[in-house]
Design a protein around this ligand. Structure first.
Ligand code: TYR
Length: 284
């Protein structure tokens, strides 16, 4: 089905798609485009891509699909650059963690060809980044959310769903706003909290001592604080409204916990821990 795929951003996310596609019986040609010459060279050396291309026109020639896998704030510039070279056959999708902003950018930048764009978000990743972190099985059994618009062509949605099925993922659809409020709660908030906790400790005079004795609980809570700073800056700003609401609710939760502790409310603390523990264990 795919003969040529162009990936903007061949890091952990784009590179893992490339590696998964390379395992197909008839793998497509994979062209990488990116800001960093170094990353593209690494992607070539690792065999993630067949070509690194700096000329967008030749990259897009006869492309079946373009995947944008760069930090979300780069999306408008990438769409602007590809628009003049986009044929009616090329489907465009992205892997950004926020969807309302990306859908608005696509509508603004692609005009008539907005119907060839399908917003996407693979719910998979790691705190590691770059081409060297790519894994062929990153998406196996993982969810991918697509956010087609009313005007999106059904064949375009089908093509993007097929791309992710090739990677072993489970595909479902959501409205962009619903997507952004769900992921503000279960992904964006926890990432911000992890960054905040690590930063709070790292700034202290005795940080060295603290980190020396931090163990598995700290490791589990803060793994995602090792994530890509630019990617998370862009996500935080793109999903600012939903995130501010989540931070607000979390602050209330922390206040309630503080009050229970100040009041030596042993029953209150136990009930809260029991309820949360049951919810966590029922999920995982
Ligand atoms: N950073 C997350 C982890 O390490 C993965 C992830 C990040 C998934 C962003 C989705 C996403 O939008 O587990």
């Amino acid at each position: 089905m795919f003969k040529k795929i162009v990936i903007f951003g061949v890091g952990l996310i784009g590179g893992s798609v490339a590696l998964a596609l390379k395992k197909l019986p008839n793998p497509p040609q994979i062209v990488g485009v990116g800001r960093s010459e170094l990353s593209l060279q690494e992607a070539l050396t690792l065999g993630l891509i067949d070509h690194a291309e700096t000329d967008i026109a030749s990259a897009l020639q006869n492309a079946d699909l373009v995947l944008i896998a760069a930090p979300v704030a780069q999306t408008p510039a990438i769409l602007k650059a590809i628009r003049p070279h986009l044929s009616a056959q090329t489907v465009i999708t992205d892997a950004g963690s926020t969807k309302s902003d990306v859908m608005a950018y696509a509508q603004a930048e692609l005009g008539q060809q907005f119907n060839q764009f399908v917003g996407g978000h693979p719910i998979a990743g790691a705190e590691k980044s770059g081409p060297g972190a790519a894994m062929a099985d990153l998406y196996v059994g993982k969810n991918v959310i697509l956010t087609p618009a009313a005007v999106t062509g059904p064949e375009a949605v089908q093509k993007v769903a097929t791309l992710w099925h090739h990677c072993g993922a489970l595909v479902s659809n959501m409205r962009p706003e619903e997507h952004d409020s769900v992921f503000a709660a279960v992904s964006h908030l926890p990432h911000l909290l992890a960054f905040a906790l690590v930063e709070d400790l790292a700034k202290r005079n005795n940080a060295e001592l603290l980190f020396k004795f931090a163990a598995s609980g700290f490791r589990d809570f803060t793994r995602i604080a090792g994530s890509h700073p630019e990617m998370w800056r862009d996500i935080a700003l793109a999903n600012k409204q939903a995130l501010l609401q989540e931070l607000n609710m979390y602050q209330q939760a922390v206040s309630e916990m503080t009050a229970l502790l100040e009041n030596n409310d042993d029953k209150g603390l136990f009930d809260l821990f029991e309820h949360a523990s049951e919810a966590r264990n029922a999920w995982a």
